[in-house]
Design a protein around this ligand. Structure first.
Ligand code: FE2
Length: 294
């Protein structure tokens, strides 16, 4: 599906922008399903806050670990006031839904296990693709949280490195509402850190911490480029590509959906946070039960 030029660009830049990869009805179906999941979500029972700036808070969050095999909503960091009440309606308070919708929800599975995406993953070199994670990211108006510079390979450590990100714009992503920023060519640099899961005390939740690996600094502003894209665009990028996104202080949300796939030919590190039990084994693009791709 990719031309030689596109493949060369991906190899040189570490990312590729594919406008019009998803149709308006496909985007609408995913958005509607996400809205239903949020509607059914009980705020009081789950007050987990997703934060990339406070690893300790995330470490303590058992809901985060459980979401490896579930469908969990996480709040924006600024969602609550000092008294612990939501500052805005629930539907405008959720940072993201994660992390197994592609395996557990038929609408998400249809969007994710699509023949065109399977073909693209093969073109990018994923011979035995394994779809570990799905995230629906809201980047809510006004309070959409910043995502600091990182490399996705920190969270999906494999030998050799193989994790590939598929980032679907469900709405227009602009400079104002927090589009992606990347460092073109930065995927040829080292992995700077890795996110490590360790067993806690007996009976306690496992702990999570970021471990420094390489002192190479994150890109300077002059090395970074924004990737504003229209709804329906797929941005795919290499797991070592440094990327980030700014907070959303605009009045417009920036919904996106991401999938992360590794190549099963390599070794998936035991310290990776996202683990699957025998009840929900990691799969590729083949639908459950071994049927043809959806
Ligand atoms: Fe990322």
């Amino acid at each position: 599906m990719l031309s030689c030029q596109q493949l060369e660009r991906y190899q040189a830049q570490g990312y590729l922008v594919l406008p019009g990869f998803k149709s308006a009805p496909e985007l609408a179906a995913l958005r509607a399903r996400a809205a239903q999941i949020v509607e059914a979500f009980d705020v009081d029972a789950h007050r987990s806050i997703f934060s990339t700036t406070d690893q300790a808070r995330r470490s303590a969050d058992a809901a985060f670990l459980d979401s490896a095999e579930g469908i969990e909503c996480f709040f924006e960091e600024e969602a609550f006031d000092a008294a612990g009440q939501l500052r805005q309606p629930k539907a405008l308070s959720i940072n993201k839904i994660g992390h197994a919708m592609h395996d557990l929800d038929p609408v998400f599975e249809r969007f994710s296990r699509h023949a065109a995406l399977a073909e693209l993953a093969a073109d990018l070199g994923l011979v035995d693709p394994q779809l570990w994670q799905s995230m629906y990211i809201f980047k809510q108006p006004g309070i959409g949280g910043e995502v600091k510079w990182h490399q996705d390979a920190s969270f999906f450590d494999t030998t050799p490195p193989s994790v590939t990100a598929f980032w679907f714009a469900l709405e227009d992503a602009t400079l104002d509402n927090g589009c992606l920023w990347v460092q073109p060519g930065g995927h040829r640099g080292p992995l700077r850190e890795r996110f490590v899961r360790e067993a806690g005390n007996p009976g306690a939740t496992d702990t999570l911490r970021m471990q420094a690996l390489d002192p190479t600094p994150w890109p300077a502003r002059s090395q970074a480029v924004p990737v504003p894209v229209a709804a329906g665009t797929l941005v795919c990028f290499h797991g070592l590509l440094p990327h980030c996104s700014a907070p959303n202080r605009s009045a417009t949300s920036r919904h996106a959906y991401t999938l992360h796939a590794t190549d099963g030919r390599g070794q998936y590190a035991e310290h990776n946070w996202l683990r699957r039990s025998a009840a929900l084994p990691v799969r590729g693009f083949t639908a459950r039960g071994g049927h043809e791709k959806l």
